[in-house]
Each structure stands twice: as structure tokens, then as C-alpha cells.
Design a protein around this ligand. Structure first.
Ligand code: SF4
Length: 184
């Protein structure tokens, strides 16, 4: 039976070149969140889902850990489209490991062997179609820390833009300065 690590290794693509740099000795530095990890060849960053393979940074792609359509006030966004439905999606892993995390089974899936949650294959097009079918006005990247899956969220939000849906990231921390333009 394949391990979660091997399942996730098949669901990646190269990082946005604006979100990492190549260092000496085959290392790379990721700028997707405030950790700014220098990552040696063959190793993941603190989040466990962005990793260095052959001097290239690979990042999560093509799956979700879960989706849910809720009233936007539950996110909680206050006075943003009051009464609208918000469609949430999230992936696996996190750059934080808070003991009180309510999404432990997905956020710590690669850190804690008892936190098991399989990836559900999907595409930006299917997520947006599902959100529209459920009547959502807003799409939200959430559940784990959205900054660690920035490329995926941007792809989903770009797909949603054509449908005139709003989009939000529900992040708990500050991106490094270099990422501000990417997630805005
Ligand atoms: S997203 Fe992951 S690899 Fe990138 S800086 Fe943050 S913890 Fe490190």
C-alpha cells in the first residue's frame, strides 16, 4: 500500500519561480511563508509539503484534503458579503504545529502518523464548478496554512475570477515581503 508521502510526491508541480531561489550545493530557499526555509537536496521544508528535488522546489498540486460550503460568517469574515455562501478548500500539511489545531488530521498528516487523511484528486476547474453548483459567492483557501500552497490557491482563484466570484485566503501569519504581490 502506498504511503501518504509517496501519494503526495505524485501530486506536485514546480514552484512559482518568484517564490524560491537556488542556493549553493543544490539547496533552494523557499519564500512562500515567513520561515524562508533553506532546503537541502532531497528534503522538505518545515511545512513537509514543499521539497527540493534535484535543485528544484516542488509544491502541492492537483488535490484537496477537503471542501465545504458554509455561510461566510463561519469563516469568520465580518461584513464581507453578509449572508453569502463561502466555498472552502484546503490541502495537507502545515508550517505550524499548534497543539489546539482543529484541523489536525489534515494539517499534521505528514508529521503525525496517526493524523491520516488521503488526498482527493481534483482540478481548479472542478473546484470552481462545485462552488458554483452549491451557490457560493466566495472561494476561500483555508484549513491548513494557505501560504504553503500558494500556487494552487492562485490557480483556483484565477479560474474563479472568470465567474466573478470573490476569493480570500484565511492565513494566520505574514508572508515574507517578497510574496505580497503574489497572494494579494
Ligand atoms: S512554505 Fe514550507 S518550505 Fe516554504 S518557507 Fe514556508 S515552511 Fe518553508
Amino acid at each position: 500500500m502506498p504511503t501518504l508521502r509517496s501519494l503526495l510526491d505524485e501530486r506536485v508541480q514546480e514552484a512559482d519561480p518568484r517564490l524560491y531561489e537556488k542556493l549553493d550545493n543544490g539547496r533552494v530557499r523557499c519564500f512562500s511563508c515567513g520561515h524562508c526555509c533553506p532546503i537541502p537536496e532531497g528534503q522538505p521544508g518545515v511545512c513537509k509539503v514543499r521539497y527540493n528535488r534535484g535543485g528544484t522546489l516542488f509544491v502541492p498540486w492537483g488535490y484537496v484534503a477537503g471542501t465545504q460550503c458554509d455561510p461566510i460568517e463561519k469563516k469568520p469574515f465580518f461584513h464581507a458579503y453578509p449572508g453569502a455562501l463561502a466555498y472552502s478548500f484546503g490541502m495537507l500539511g502545515c508550517d505550524l504545529h499548534c497543539a489546539y489545531c482543529q484541523n489536525w488530521v489534515t494539517s499534521q498528516a505528514l508529521r503525525d502518523p496517526t493524523a491520516l487523511s488521503p488526498p482527493l484528486e481534483t482540478s481548479p476547474e472542478s473546484l470552481v464548478r462545485d462552488a458554483l453548483d452549491q451557490g457560493a459567492k466566495v472561494l476561500v483557501s483555508t484549513y491548513n496554512e494557505p501560504l504553503i500552497t500558494s500556487e494552487w490557491a492562485v490557480a483556483v482563484f484565477k479560474e474563479a475570477r472568470g465567474t466573478r466570484r470573490a476569493h480570500r485566503t484565511y492565513s494566520r501569519q505574514h508572508p515574507p515581503h517578497s510574496q505580497h504581490g503574489h497572494v494579494a
